[in-house]
Write a protein that binds this ligand. Sequence first.
Ligand code: FAD
Length: 419
Amino acid sequence: MRRRDHDVVVIGAGTAGMVAGARLAEAGADVCVIAKGVGSTHLAPGTIDVLGYAPGRVESPADALTSLAADHPYALIGSAAVADAVDWFTATATAAAGAFPGYAYVGSLERNLLLPTAVGALKPSALVPETFVAGDARQLDGLTVVGTPLLRDFHASLCADNLRAAGLRTTTVSLEVELDRVDANALGFARRFDDPRWRAAFSARLAPLLTGAGPVGLPAVLGLRDPHAVLTDLQAQLGRRVFEIPTLPPSVPGMRLFEILHHALRRAGGRLVIGAGVVSHRREGDRVAEVQTATAGSNTTYAADAFVLASGGFHSGAITLDSHWQAHEQVLGLTLTGVPDAGAPRFVPSYFAEQPLSRAGVAVGPDLRATGVSNVVVAGASLPGSASWREASGEGIALASGYRAAEVTATALGAGAIA
Ligand SMILES: Cc1cc2nc3c(=O)[nH]c(=O)nc-3n(C[C@H](O)[C@H](O)[C@H](O)COP(=O)(O)OP(=O)(O)OC[C@H]3O[C@@H](n4cnc5c(N)ncnc54)[C@H](O)[C@@H]3O)c2cc1C
């Protein structure tokens, strides 16, 4: 069994864990992020939805955040830390020395943008990649949605029909594109768009077919190496504004989001180990002293002064329901809260209704510290108290709580004020 010692071990490499890891590394801590696999970044659209519904559609997250229940994650994090997290993320994503020079996240807590989803619904988001901005329905008169039959994870006509039903003048273009069938997914297309010659040929074929008004919406596959250059080129070649519309997973903008955070972590000296699922842990008194991971080759023990638990919730397998309908926190055996009482319904039949289990999570105190242990701070979807799927708040909670978890942990370690 190998052994590694760190100041802090962050468990989970979704948005929450990567933000916590990057911030702790920036604070000078020796930090290692370990994860069973990548998180929801590679599946979700890559936008930072802070608060979309509460319960009606939210215009200004900054205003709506103040009216949430006292046990909501945002209430525990505090409005100031949410605002600081948003500022930090915007600067990190946009940094000239960042993962994608020129590529920026746009938006603010003051006013949500309203963007088309893969099925043509309009979703409120606070911070979005620059490649999404021209799709903001609040500014749109007309638009053209472009798809290709080869990319089965995006249906232009479905998206356009629903946008039309929502009152937007929408035209559809279906473009035949040549690509090896094995590459005919979002990732394969993104790699093609990274090639300037390929995207120039694409534009040359698309331009004569554009008859409708307004910007052009393409599936979110505009490059994984230099998305800013892809956007700039396409807009110049087509003579119109261009925007990305999310596809079914995998998510190319989500992969960029992961890479932005990975770059920030690495640049600050932090480490990431993927493929390291925590299978057991050891406590000393009220502290978690170490965790053991099962990895290919050999198992590893990670010892640390402090841990950030950012392992997600039911969706990532970090919280489970057993055959007796009892819920368990799988990683560190922590206490859960928000689980319906024995005998009470766990689920309701309507799929889109708020499910009784949806607010369950790891019990925490005011500083996001896990109840019952002294050196574990919790972040992201592991936290209780939100119905993030209904609120459109998952990525915002992950960002803000990862940021706050780093602050709390750095202070406890005496790592000083975070720069
Ligand atoms: C398809 C999809 C679409 C979504 N769309 C939206 C949206 O439009 N807007 C929005 O706001 N939110 C959306 N979400 C939700 C949002 O992405 C999540 O709420 C948010 O990413 C949670 O981040 P997290 O870091 O807390 O957890 P996750 O991203 O789930 O990361 C959890 C991490 O913990 C790791 N882990 C779990 N168990 C262990 C273990 N035992 N040992 C080690 N590591 C472990 C996982 O491997 C992973 O790295 C979507 C999610 C999905 C899946």
